[in-house]
Design a protein around this ligand. Structure first.
Ligand SMILES: Nc1nc2c(ncn2[C@@H]2O[C@H](COP(=O)(O)OP(=O)(O)OP(=O)(O)O)[C@@H](O)[C@H]2O)c(=O)[nH]1
Ligand SMILES: [Mg+2]
Length: 219
C-alpha cells in the first residue's frame, strides 16, 4: 500500500514535469535544475553566472528554500525576474511548485531559467521539474567521497560544478579521485572546477552554459 502511494506521487510529478518541459520548449526557455547540499555555493554560482551572462542572455531565477527569501534578496541587485518558493518543510522542489511559480514569470522574456533547488544532496534528484539541464555542485569542503555515498544525483546530472577550489590544500580533498569516481558512475557528465570566491574557472563554466542555451534554442 505504501509503495502504491509513493508511486502515485512520482507519477503525478512526472506528468506535471512533462507539462513544464513542453511549456519551456514552446517558449524557448532552457531550464536548469541546480542541486547541491546546503552551503555548497548554489546562490553564489547563480550570482557569478548572472554577472558573466547578464549582457548576453535574459536570465530568470526560481529560488527554492524550506523557508525565508534570503537567497532571492541576494539576487535583487541583478534586476532580473526572481520568484521565491518556500516549500514549508519539504526537502526538495517538485514540478507542481514550479508550475505555480511559472504563473508569476514572463517566460517570453527569458532565455535561461535557473532553478535553485532546496539544499539537499538526496531528495531533489528524485523529482524532475521539467528541466533541460540537470546541474549539481559539490564543494571541496564536503569531501571527494560524496559520489559513493549519494550516487543518484551524481549519476543523474548532466554537469557537475566542483566549487570552492580555493580551499584545496586545506584538507584532504582529492580532485583526481573525485573525477575518477564520478566519470565511472556517469561517463557523459561534464565537470567544471570553479571558485566563486576567486573567480577561477567561472569563465569556462559561463561560456559552456551560454552555448547550451543557444543549442537548446536552435534545436
Ligand atoms: N571559500 C569559498 N567560499 C565560498 C565559495 N562559494 C561560496 N562560498 C561561501 O559558502 C557559503 C554558502 O554559499 P551559498 O552560495 O549561500 O550556498 P548555497 O548552496 O546557496 O546555500 P543554501 O541555499 O543555504 O543551500 C557562503 O558563505 C559563501 O560565501 C567559494 O568558492 N569558496
Ligand atoms: Mg542558496
Amino acid at each position: 500500500m505504501d509503495i502504491e502511494v509513493l508511486e502515485g506521487i512520482f507519477d503525478a510529478n512526472e506528468k506535471i514535469a512533462r507539462e513544464n518541459e513542453a511549456l519551456f520548449r514552446e517558449r524557448g526557455v532552457m531550464a536548469m535544475n541546480l542541486m547541491a547540499s546546503p552551503g555548497a555555493g548554489k546562490t553564489s554560482l547563480i550570482a557569478a553566472t548572472l554577472q558573466l551572462l547578464k549582457e548576453k542572455l535574459e536570465v530568470g531565477v526560481i529560488e527554492g528554500d524550506i523557508a525565508s527569501s534570503v537567497d532571492a534578496e541576494k539576487l535583487k541587485a541583478y534586476d532580473i525576474p526572481v520568484v521565491q518558493i518556500n516549500t514549508g518543510g519539504a526537502c526538495h522542489l517538485d514540478a507542481i511548485m514550479i508550475q505555480q511559480a511559472l504563473a508569476h514569470m514572463d517566460l517570453a522574456a527569458i532565455d535561461l531559467l535557473i532553478i535553485e533547488n532546496v539544499g539537499n544532496l538526496v531528495c531533489p534528484a528524485e523529482f524532475k521539474l521539467g528541466e533541460a539541464l540537470r546541474a549539481m555542485i559539490l564543494s571541496v569542503a564536503e569531501g571527494h567521497d560524496k559520489p559513493l555515498k549519494y550516487p543518484l544525483m551524481f549519476s543523474d546530472s548532466d554537469v557537475l560544478v566542483v566549487n570552492k577550489t580555493d580551499l584545496i590544500g586545506l584538507g584532504d580533498f582529492d580532485m583526481a579521485e573525485l573525477r575518477e569516481v564520478v566519470t565511472r558512475m556517469n561517463p557523459d557528465i561534464v565537470i567544471f572546477e570553479v571558485s566563486c570566491r576567486t573567480g577561477e574557472g567561472l569563465g569556462a563554466w559561463a561560456d559552456w552554459l551560454e552555448q547550451r542555451v543557444r543549442d537548446f534554442k536552435e534545436s
